[in-house]
Design a binder for this molecule. Structure first.
Ligand code: SF4
Ligand code: SF4
Ligand code: SF4
Length: 310
């Protein structure tokens, strides 16, 4: 590593801010990074409006407005290496579930109906126009490194950034959330699917065996499996495994239904129908990426067609 510091720009697009906050979650390790990195632009730390030349650029969030698109393109022009940081940047993130609605419906709900956000008027001149759909950033600019997770766990953030700073290829972990889960898959006589709020699941047994939908087996581990180890089903916030993304015939509903029907007495078709009916929950984090949108999943294809035609 040379003695010159690596120049870093970060920018957030359509997101919740959590991916920038996770940089602070590096705690004392952030000091190790500061020894080698000079932060030039970072929306939570600096008030820099333009895009200085940099070796490293971190983009969080997806593209939903004209400003998001402009910012992503400017970052690409000025940064040698671009990291798509967080599930929003990589797959569109959970606001991809907005695909089920036109932008007019979304604006109407947020500004006129939702009791916690309504203002009784829809801003126009002050706020950038929403684009028709949510777009993952690699559909607009070239991306050099993907770091999914909602947000990515500080362990993987530090590992990835350290490798880049030291000029090494970052390690690509292909483990699923099941790999870090302490629950055991066992065969049971469970005959019904339960909602996440129903009953009291046993601590040591896999949620699938107990009739609860858990997406751990189809989700990339970028989090160290906190949810199933603390009594909560995985909802797939780190995004799907490469197998699900790249093999056209594999889909999370078919994979989960296959596994769950072998563990329980619930027919696979019943599970597929259940997952489809709650697609906005089960596909939320990655439905904006074409790799998921183009799967033979009736509802998502229909939503995309409807929104694009509107
Ligand atoms: S990936 Fe999750 S934590 Fe990061 S910006 Fe998107 S919603 Fe927030
Ligand atoms: S499906 Fe969920 S509960 Fe079962 S082993 Fe995987 S992560 Fe754990
Ligand atoms: S929902 Fe799944 S992927 Fe997201 S933090 Fe929990 S265990 Fe990890």
């Amino acid at each position: 590593m040379s003695s010159e510091k690596i120049r870093l720009n970060t920018e957030w697009l359509c997101d919740c801010g959590g991916c920038h906050v996770v940089l602070v979650d590096l705690h004392e390790k952030i000091m190790n990074l500061f020894e080698s990195v000079q932060i030039q632009k970072c929306p939570v730390l600096t008030d820099v409006k333009d895009y200085p030349e940099a070796e490293l650029g971190i983009l969080t969030g997806s593209i939903r407005t004209e400003h998001d698109r402009h910012a992503a393109i400017e970052m690409r022009k000025k940064c040698k290496t671009i990291i798509a940081f967080g599930t929003c940047a990589v797959y569109g993130g959970l606001h991809g579930a907005g695909l089920a609605h036109t932008k007019e419906e979304i604006m109407d709900h947020v500004y006129k109906k939702s009791p916690t956000t309504k203002t009784d008027f829809i801003p126009s001149a002050e706020v950038d126009n929403l684009e028709k759909t949510v777009t993952p950033i690699d559909e607009v600019i070239d991306v050099d490194l993907y770091l999914p997770g909602c947000p990515p766990h500080p362990h993987f953030v530090f590992e990835g950034l350290s490798a880049l700073i030291n000029g090494k290829e970052p390690r690509v972990n292909q483990e699923t959330v099941c790999g870090g889960c302490s629950r055991t898959m066992v065969k049971t006589d469970v005959a019904d699917i339960k909602g996440s709020h129903e009953g009291m699941p046993e601590d040591d047994i896999c949620f699938l065996s107990q009739g609860y939908i858990c997406l751990g087996s189809v989700t990339l581990d970028r989090c160290l499996s906190p949810c199933p180890n603390h009594g909560v089903m995985c909802t797939g916030c780190a995004g799907p495994t490469m197998q699900i993304l790249t093999e056209p015939t594999r889909d999370l509903r078919t994979e989960v239904s296959d596994r769950m029907s072998r563990l329980t007495k619930i027919p696979a078709e019943t599970i597929i129908t259940h997952i489809e009916k709650s697609a906005k929950t089960h596909y939320a984090y990655a439905m904006a990426t074409k790799m998921i949108g183009n799967k033979p999943t009736f509802l998502i294809r229909k939503w995309i067609a409807d929104v694009e035609a509107a």
